[in-house]
Ligand binder design. Structure first.
Ligand code: COI
Length: 355
C-alpha cells in the first residue's frame, strides 16, 4: 500500500530541548494514520500530529477496544536510525489484535510505516545514552455504536516521541494482595489499554504506602510474582536468573525476551518458572537474593531496591556491577550500534523511498 506524505510547514524541533524530556509528553511533528473500513486497511498517510474529532458514542470510549505497542529507535555514530526488533513488535501487535477481536495489520506494512515515519523524524532521535525515539503504534475502534460487539471500523496510528529512560532511579515495589492484573484466559497477554487502566488503583495504593509501583501477583493465591505495572520482572537468586513464565497472563515482553537471550548466550543459568514471594523473601533472609530488576521497552532495565508484601518488606542494595546494569549497557549498546548485533535485532533505516 502506498503511504502518502503531507509534511508540516514548520518543525517544533528547534523549540525542543532533547536533553531534558519528560517521558510521554513531547511528540515529534508527524504521525502515521491509517483507517480500517469495508474489511480492509486504507488511506495510509503520514501527516502532522493533530487532534482527532471523536463522537461520544465511539466504541473505544465505552468498551475499551484499544491496543498498542511500545518500541524504540536510536541512531548509530553515523546518524543512521536503528529500529529494535520491529518484526517482533508487529507480531505482538497482531496477537493483541486477535485477542481483542480487531483486524490484524500486514507486518510488512507495519514495519514500513515505522521506517518512513522514523526516517522523516530522524533529527528528533536524542543522542544521550539511554535516550531514544519511542515509537507508539496503537489501534482503536471507531464505530459510533453502543452495542457490545467488535467495531467494524478502526484507526491505526503511530506516534513518535523523544524519551529519556522511564525510571531515573531504582524502584520500590509493593505486591498487591487486593487487586490482580490478569488470570489465565483473560487479556493479560494482550497489550490492551484496560490492563494499564486496571493498574492505576493498585499503583496508587503502592504509592500511598511509600512505594513506586505495583508488583502483580497471581490471581488465585496472591503468592507468585507475575509482572510490574510497567514492566516484566527478574529475580537473581544464588546466581540463577529467574523470571515468571509467560503462561497466558503475563505480557510477552520483547526486552524480557532479549534479556533471556543475552543471559543464555553469556552462559548464565536462566529459569522461566513460577516464583513465589515466600521463595524471594526466604532467599533474602538467607543472603541469596542477589538482585531484582524490571525490564521493558520504556524502562529498559531498572533495579528494584525494595519489595513490600503483606506486612513484610525487604531492601536490596543496587550495585553498579549488577546483571541489570550489564543488560542495560548491552541492549543500549546494541541499540546504538556500539555493541555488535549478534542476534540480528537491529534494522537500520538506510534507504526509504518516500513518495
Ligand atoms: C513500554 O515499555 O513500552 C510500555 O508500553 C510500558 C508503558 C508503561 C510505557
Amino acid at each position: 500500500m502506498e503511504i502518502s506524505i503531507e509534511r508540516v510547514r514548520s518543525s517544533k524541533l528547534s523549540q525542543t530541548d532533547l536533553t531534558n524530556i519528560p517521558f510521554g509528553r513531547v511528540f515529534t511533528d508527524h504521525m502515521f494514520v491509517m483507517d480500517y473500513k469495508d474489511g480492509t486497511w486504507q488511506n495510509a498517510k503520514i501527516e502532522g500530529v493533530r487532534s482527532l474529532p471523536i463522537h461520544p458514542a465511539n466504541l473505544t470510549l465505552h468498551y475499551g477496544q484499544s491496543i498498542f505497542e511500545g518500541m524504540k529507535a536510536s541512531k548509530n555514530a553515523d546518524g543512521v536510525p536503528l529500529l529494535f526488533r520491529p518484526e517482533m513488535h508487529a507480531a505482538r501487535m497482531n496477537a493483541s489484535a486477535e485477542r481483542m477481536c480487531m483486524p490484524t495489520i500486514d507486518p510488512e506494512l507495519f514495519v514500513e510505516a515505522i521506517r518512513q515515519l522514523v526516517y522523516i523524524e530522524k533529527n528528533w532521535i536524542p543522542n544521550m545514552a539511554g535516550s531514544a525515539l519511542y515509537i507508539r503504534p496503537f489501534m482503536f475502534a471507531t464505530d459510533e455504536f453502543l452495542g457490545v460487539a467488535p467495531s467494524e471500523t478502526y484507526k491505526f496510528i503511530i506516534m513518535t516521541l523523544p524519551v529519556a529512560p522511564y525510571y531515573s532511579k531504582p524502584v520500590k515495589l509493593f505486591a498487591s494482595t487486593q487487586y490482580i492484573r490478569a488470570a489465565k484466559g483473560g487479556v493479560g497477554e494482550a497489550k490492551t489499554a484496560g490492563n494499564y487502566a486496571a493498574s492505576l488503583l493498585a499503583s496508587k495504593q503502592a504509592r500511598d504506602k511509600g512505594f513506586d509501583q505495583v508488583l502483580w501477583l497471581d490471581g488465585r493465591e496472591f503468592k507468585y510474582a507475575q509482572e510490574v505495572g510497567t514492566m516484566n520482572i527478574f529475580f537473581v537468586i544464588d546466581g540463577v536468573v529467574i523470571t515468571p513464565p509467560t503462561d497466558g497472563a503475563i505480557l510477552k515482553g520483547i526486552t524480557r525476551d532479549s534479556f533471556l537471550r543475552i543471559l543464555e548466550d553469556r552462559g548464565y543459568k536462566v529459569e522461566e518458572r513460577p516464583i513465589s514471594m515466600d521463595e524471594v523473601f526466604a532467599a533474602h533472609q538467607d543472603g541469596k537474593l542477589n538482585e531484582v530488576f524490571g525490564s521493558g521497552t520504556a524502562a529498559v532495565a531498572v533495579d528494584v531496591m525494595q519489595i513490600g508484601y503483606r506486612d513484610q518488606s525487604i531492601e536490596l542494595k543496587p550495585s553498579t556491577d549488577s546483571l541489570a546494569q550489564m543488560l542495560k549497557n548491552e541492549i543500549n549498546g546494541i541499540r546504538n550500534g556500539q555493541v555488535s548485533d549478534k542476534f540480528g535485532w537491529i534494522e537500520p533505516v538506510l534507504e526509504v523511498e518516500i513518495v
